[in-house]
Design a protein around this ligand. Sequence first.
Ligand SMILES: [Zn+2]
Ligand SMILES: [Zn+2]
Length: 156
Amino acid sequence: MSPVDPYDRLRPSTDIEECECEVVTHLLLIIGWMSENPISCGECRREVDPERLRLTTKEVDLVAGWNVVSNSLYWLWLDSGEYEEYAKARLSDPTSQINTDGMKVAEMLSARLPTRLWYYSDTDDGTLIECPVCARPLDTNVKWGTGDCPVCKIRM
Ligand SMILES: [Zn+2]
Ligand SMILES: [Zn+2]
């Protein structure tokens, strides 16, 4: 039996365009990315293969475990049924498990490369101008998303 490659847990089953930047300088950990790998390049926003980051098996498991829950909550929200309000409340609450665990995963990845946790926001509710965590004004000078909180290290 051939050993299972631990990186496979973070490798999409479908063909995706992977980050091809020569050097990755910062990362986005994207909530509800709907793919097996929520780690994206901060420059091109394409997925970064976990092997490039030399993640340990334990780290891969942490990212993959968080990602499954994050995607599940997104499905419940998008499904617009009985669970929609519940999922939205969990995703919007900075103290919810998905967000606090996301911060921990982003912190872990930041030991490799500076990482922002991509925060949930419902575009139907308008664009946030303040950080949902610390209420400071968001830095809107960002390549991806609508704003960045350098204090909380989150991106919207
Ligand atoms: Zn890239
Ligand atoms: Zn903040």
